[in-house]
Design a protein around this ligand. Structure first.
Ligand code: GDP
Ligand code: MG
Length: 163
């Protein structure tokens, strides 16, 4: 069995784009509309001469606890619970919001090894972004622009170190 890495975060932060960058596929549906990925989606990352691992793209943890958003949230949590490592994805352009705070609270309770990935760093100041998320308390946040394949190698390295 391959180790499993779960991509967790609110809708539209770039989870599916990151999934595609890690697995080098275009399997995950990337969409401008938040919440397009509704169920769990698995792929395999095959870094050269390194350990391979499975990746699960979750539908994003959304606000509502009922209906479709609620079902998606439960799916994301189930995926995170079975994972060996969680990537908590946030959006550098939007900054930290209440939904990110909620997800973080839940992640802390879940007590799983978690890396913070600050995505969409293209066109924003790195210093500002890192201080924006500093209070989340992650030691070495990883910054990426998954749409431009920036920071993906560094992220891959960090994943492999933590598996
Ligand atoms: P998800 O809902 O978290 O799966 O997010 P998606 O991967 O579907 O991406 C949502 C939107 O953000 C799409 O329009 C992507 O093209 C865009 N996006 C993803 N990553 C980046 C990035 O690194 N930089 C920028 N500027 N846009 C991105
Ligand atoms: Mg998605």
């Amino acid at each position: 069995m391959l180790p499993l890495v779960a991509l967790v975060g609110r809708p539209n932060v770039g989870k599916s784009t990151l999934f595609n960058a890690l697995t080098r596929t275009r399997d995950a549906l990337v969409h401008d509309q938040p919440g397009v990925t509704r169920d769990r989606h698995y792929g395999v990352a095959r870094p050269e001469d390194q350990r391979h691992f499975a990746v699960v793209d979750t539908g994003g943890i959304a606000e509502a606890s009922e209906g479709l958003a609620g079902a998606t949230t439960r799916q994301a949590r189930a995926a995170a619970e079975e994972a060996d490592l969680i990537l908590f994805i946030v959006d550098a352009r939007d900054g930290a919001n209440a939904l990110d705070d909620d997800i973080l609270k839940w992640l802390r309770k879940a007590d799983k090894r978690t890396l913070l990935v600050i995505n969409k760093i293209d066109g924003v100041s790195l210093n500002a972004v890192e201080s924006e998320f500093a209070h989340y308390g992650f030691k070495d946040p990883i910054t990426t622009s998954s749409a431009h394949r920036q920071g993906i190698d560094e992220l891959m390295e960090a994943i492999l170190e933590n598996l």
